[in-house]
Design a protein. Structure first.
Length: 277
């Protein structure tokens, strides 16, 4: 289009398109993608956003351009308005921070297990198991919100995708960590074996959710062949909300770890007092 663009309102603008005089088409009507870009909002993309139609005029065959906007954002919506995603892009404020929180907590659990193996203090094992438990909780929430998002954008809550399969396997690995802890009756032996397992569990988990998906094509944003949201959707108005949500979920996760670990420690002390009596 040319430079004759008039912004009427936050949701409407007039644009003058120039149709190439040498345009050739075999069909009565052809559809073309509509791409609008500005520095503040980024890129707006709508597949088959306008059509070019052959018309018979007094001077011969001409072309008529018709803009087709099936959905128009209402006033006040400031997130990037993308085809297929539309308002579901706001799930980015929940789904991704939940997985960030799980990764952070499993990393914290991994470090605590290493500290336990190095120093032998039972408090490190207590915090490691608590962090893994709270991390699984956030991982399940992230999985459920992701399934709901996938059902809207991909047409099914679960598809055969390496990133989705890796996330599910990662949760199973950490669930097996608690099965292992429950199968050992000796507390000291349980702490040592579980800590060794936890170290390898985090490494394998990272391979499943990051390394393998990056080596293959994936529908999931951020996978090979599919750019991450930050590269084409996360505009400057979404970034403060997204980063605040990520920080808030991580802080809430650490708060839950602190509460749960202190509660378990109190139960442990109470149980030891009853044994001595």
């Amino acid at each position: 289009c040319n430079n004759l663009t008039t912004v009427i309102s936050p949701t409407h603008l007039n644009v003058e398109f120039g149709i190439p005089p040498d345009l050739r088409t075999d069909s009565k009507k052809d559809f073309y993608n509509l791409i609008i870009y500005n520095e503040q909002d980024g890129t707006f993309f709508l597949r088959d956003g306008f059509s070019i139609e052959k018309t018979d005029t007094a001077k011969g065959v001409g072309f008529k351009c018709t803009t087709i906007l099936k959905m128009a954002p209402t006033a006040g919506i400031t997130f990037p308005y993308r085809e297929i995603l539309y308002e579901t892009i706001r799930n980015l404020f929940f789904h991704v921070p939940m997985w960030f929180t799980m990764i952070f907590l499993t990393l914290y659990s991994f470090l605590c297990s290493i500290l336990f193996l190095a120093k032998g203090k039972r408090q490190y094992d207590l915090v490691a198991s608590t962090s893994a438990g709270v991390g699984i909780f956030f991982g399940i929430l992230g999985l459920l919100t992701g399934m709901q998002w996938a059902n809207f954008t991909w047409g099914a809550p679960w598809v055969n995708d390496p990133k989705l399969n890796g996330a599910a396997l990662g949760l199973l690995i950490y669930l097996a960590y608690f099965v292992l802890r429950g199968s050992l009756s000796d507390p000291e032996k349980c702490a040592k074996v579980a800590s060794v397992y936890n170290v390898f569990a985090f490494v394998i988990f990272f391979v499943f959710i990051k390394i393998i998906p990056d080596m293959t094509d994936s529908l999931h944003p951020g996978g090979s062949g599919n750019p991450a949201f930050k590269e084409y959707d996360l505009d400057n108005r979404m970034k403060p909300v997204f980063y605040s949500a990520a920080a808030g979920f991580i802080i809430m996760g650490m708060w839950l770890v602190s509460l749960t670990a202190r509660f378990r420690l109190l139960l442990q002390v109470h149980s030891e007092k009853n044994v001595t009596r």
